[in-house]
Design a protein around this ligand. Structure first.
Ligand SMILES: Cc1cc2nc3c(=O)[nH]c(=O)nc-3n(C[C@H](O)[C@H](O)[C@H](O)COP(=O)(O)OP(=O)(O)OC[C@H]3O[C@@H](n4cnc5c(N)ncnc54)[C@H](O)[C@@H]3O)c2cc1C
Length: 373
């Protein structure tokens, strides 16, 4: 792996950092406190070409690659994990269409997502399961020259803004089907977004599917191939969450350093106390290790290789790291860290979400162990 970023990657990173500081950071506290979906910023991400970084020009993207995607996402998530997650989640249906779609589907469904003209969501989780595809009860039945999809999906992020949804439903034969569904279809209905402790404003909503008519051309891959499609697309989703975790941890470290230099005890900055220095050193070393795991996973994807194992390793390690690093940041910032008007407690809440969504840590351990043995 080449540890030097190209000039193009450095430029993308710098520009994303400036955009994050100027446009995203000022909105981060309000997005969180009001659980407000960032419609304006979601559009802006598209206009800036951030939704199509990994995909080639003929699919509506810029062909900048997965590492470029990671570099941009990291900058956005340091300002607001919710805003970055809008980009990361949109990539999951994109990746599914890119890997399994035919040429027409890439043109009709992937290109508008990659160009930022549309937003995509993923609907896998149901009330009774988020980890076990066998427990999915949403059905897809042959109807006319397409399918009728019926069921209920839980925690569908981006739902208030998404134009397309990658929906997993039981096939009439064996396994799951994966459909790209137009969310304006009759029978596709949303309920109010769920209130979660972190990642507020991501619009994770309950979606009802009541005999939604889906044309044959919106079936992705073959009948019953849904689980394979899910595994492939979700591995990029896991990489996205791992980036979110690194970014949140870095933001917590930056705040802790500033605070430790300013806050005084016995007339000296607390940054001079070994106890505080050790917190900062532990935080920094874990972040460095986590970032390398994440960059390496993106590098491997850029070689066209499978990242199911690497993305699970990265997500498991980095999400736990982010929880630990933000906990230490809370400690360094003392009572001020606990104030809801300060960003550290938001970072702490957001960090916890990375251990849970897009596959709980227990599932990552199962995937890793399966690979090992
Ligand atoms: C903010 C947010 C956004 C989300 N966005 C989306 C989205 O866009 N699309 C979507 O489909 N879903 C989404 N989800 C759902 C999320 O991905 C699932 O909730 C998550 O994968 C966990 O599923 P679960 O809650 O059903 O946990 P369960 O599968 O019920 O697991 C509960 C607990 O049981 C244990 N457990 C379960 N299975 C195993 C196992 N095999 N081995 C060991 N232990 C196990 C673990 O301790 C686990 O934490 C989102 C969730 C949140 C909170």
């Amino acid at each position: 792996m080449d540890f030097n970023l190209s000039e193009q990657q450095k430029m993308l990173q710098r520009m994303a950092g400036e955009f994050a500081d100027d446009a995203v950071k000022p909105q981060a506290a309000e997005i969180d406190s009001k659980s407000r979906f960032p419609f304006d910023l979601a559009k802006e991400l598209g206009k800036r070409g951030y939704q199509g970084l990994p995909y080639p020009a003929q699919c509506g993207g810029s062909g900048a690659g997965y590492l470029s995607y990671v570099l941009v996402l990291e900058q956005l998530c340091q300002a607001s994990m919710t805003v970055g997650a809008v980009m990361a989640i949109n990539t999951v249906p994109e990746e599914a269409i890119f890997r399994f779609g035919n040429e027409e589907q890439k043109k009709a469904l992937l290109a508008p997502l990659a160009k930022g003209e549309m937003l995509g969501s993923i609907a896998f989780t149901e009330a009774e399961t988020g980890s076990d595809p066998r427990a999915i009860t949403t059905t897809s039945q042959k109807s006319g020259d397409g399918y009728a999809v019926t069921g209920q999906k839980q925690f569908v992020a981006l739902a208030p803004a998404a134009n397309l949804a990658l929906v997993f439903a039981k096939s009439e034969g064996k396994g799951l089907n994966a459909f790209v569904i137009d969310t304006s279809s009759p029978g596709y209905n949303l309920r109010e977004p769920c209130e979660t402790m972190g990642l507020k404003g991501l619009g994770a909503s309950v979606v009802y599917l009541d005999e939604v008519k889906v044309p044959q051309e919106n079936l992705l891959g073959e009948e019953g191939q849904g689980f394979k499609i899910l595994l492939e697309a979700i591995s990029l989703g896991r990489l996205g969450v791992a980036v979110e975790a690194v970014a949140v941890a870095q933001a917590a470290l930056d705040i802790s350093i500033d605070y430790a230099k300013q806050r005084k005890t016995a007339g000296r900055p607390i940054a001079r106390l070994p106890a505080v220095q050790w917190h900062l050193a532990e935080m920094a070393s874990r972040i460095e290790a986590g970032r390398l795991l994440v960059y390496r996973t993106a590098f491997i994807r850029d070689q066209g290789l499978d990242i199911k194992y690497e993305s699970s390793v990265a997500k498991l390690f980095v999400s736990q790291m982010a929880v630990e690093v933000t906990r230490r940041a809370m400690q360094v910032c003392g009572s001020y860290g606990t104030m809801t008007s300060m960003p550290v407690e938001r970072l702490y809440r957001d960090a916890k979400m990375t251990e849970v969504y897009v596959g709980i840590s227990e599932i990552q351990r199962n995937i890793i162990a399966e690979h090992l043995i």
